[in-house]
Design a protein around this ligand. Structure first.
Ligand code: HEC
Ligand code: HEC
Length: 328
């Protein structure tokens, strides 16, 4: 049998180990009305990991010519978009799609406009390798970081290792998981019981949003059911969406239902930035979109008078979380 002395030693060591682990772990503040967030077992959040990921996100070091960073396109004051029709990468190369918001990105089940990427960690590789974005290689990026003593130290603190491709993706994903936005006036009205947080026009707009079919796709706390569907933007799509990867005609023109949170900050709209204003988005849906064999059956024409069209837009604008737009 173990003597008491050994047992005590065992408990002390276990306790020290556990408390070290707990001290480091970072607990996200989940807004009222939001579900809990699943964080991958092998990439738990800690302050050190988030700090490193944030530094990488804002650093030009990951692009081939060290000219741009993730934040060049995902700008915090635009809810992590860039205000451009289509994104522009290194050497002014144009990207084929509009930069999506990273609002509540940790809740997404799939990534990219067509949802073909399965994890936030794996998604980090896309802009680094993409010719029109960073035009670099993750192995070369890791080599570059290894030569910077400050980064070597930060990787050591965050993950107990030197900069590697895997750790770069883990650190950036950790930072992205903190980009949670749930304090718009809509949230205050719905979840925080502040009855006057929305004006009467905005409340009318909310009713319309629910009564029309919008809420069938832009559903739940994050205004997205996560599905990849065709919303009738075109009769013929230049960018075939999910079909790009699946090669199935049924996926032609299918894109992820985007969140509508912070929508007032993320113009222009749609996968190609082809719609400039929210008023024009409403007009698109009012006319029932364009006819396309894959157009989702929910999308049908409806009519709104001038004041209701305005109320619907005002409601969409109430989804702006000003505290999120000023996070750095
Ligand atoms: C040149 C502009 C540009 C740069 C630089 C850039 N992105 Fe993006 N990002 C985009 C565009 C455009 C898309 C949509 C691409 C698509 O759907 O194919 C996107 C998509 C994403 C998505 C998926 C969003 C969703 O809704 O599924 C994430 C996450 C993301 N980027 C993170 C990053 C990170 C991290 C970096 C830096 C390592 C980065 N981006 C660099 C333009 C950029
Ligand atoms: C069948 C599902 C569906 C329905 C119903 C629907 N949407 Fe959408 N919505 C989408 C998809 C998919 C996109 C993205 C299309 C793209 O990227 O080209 C989108 C895009 C948008 C955008 C632009 C978002 C951005 O970040 O670019 C707004 C705003 C919007 N919808 C509002 C509405 C409103 C208001 C209604 C109701 C009148 C509505 N939607 C009904 C699927 C739907």
């Amino acid at each position: 049998m173990l003597s008491n002395k050994y047992l005590l030693g065992f408990f002390v060591v276990t306790f020290l180990f556990l408390s070290f682990d707990n001290n480091n772990q970072y607990f996200l503040t989940i807004p009222k009305g939001f579900p809990n967030l699943q964080i991958p077992e092998d990439n738990k959040l800690t302050n050190e990991r988030i700090h490193l990921g944030k530094k990488l996100f804002f650093d030009n070091i990951l692009s081939r010519d060290s000219s741009i960073s993730c934040a060049s396109c995902h700008k915090p004051d635009h809810a992590f978009t860039d205000g451009l029709k289509k994104a522009v990468g290194i050497k002014n190369r144009s990207v084929t799609r509009n930069t999506p918001t990273l609002t509540n990105i940790a809740y997404n089940k799939n990534f990219l406009r067509d949802g073909v990427n399965p994890s936030l960690e794996a998604q980090v590789l896309v802009p680094i390798h993409e010719k029109n974005e960073f035009d670099f290689h993750i192995l070369l990026a890791a080599e570059r970081l290894k030569k910077k003593p400050s980064y070597v130290q930060l990787f050591e603190k965050a993950y107990g290792g030197i900069p590697t491709p895997k750790l770069i993706t883990k650190a950036i994903a950790s930072y992205e998981r903190t980009l949670i936005s749930g304090n718009s006036r809509y949230d205050q009205y719905i979840y925080q019981n502040k009855k006057h947080a929305l004006s009467s026009s905005e409340k009318k707009g909310l009713k319309l949003f629910n009564k029309l079919y919008c809420v069938s796709c832009h559903s739940g706390f994050n205004f997205s059911n996560g599905e990849i569907v065709n919303n009738g933007l075109y009769e013929k799509y230049e960018d075939v969406g999910k079909m790009r990867v699946s090669l199935k005609e049924i996926d032609n023109g299918c894109f992820k239902v985007p969140t509508l949170r912070n929508i007032a900050l993320t113009a222009p709209y749609m996968h190609d930035g082809s719609i400039q204003t929210l008023e024009e988005v409403i007009d698109h849906y009012m006319q029932g979109g364009n006819s396309h064999p894959n157009k989702h059956p929910f999308i049908k024409p409806f009519s709104l008078d001038k004041s209701d069209r305005k109320n619907l837009v005002l409601f969409l604008k109430s989804l702006t979380d000003s505290s999120f737009a000023t996070i750095q």
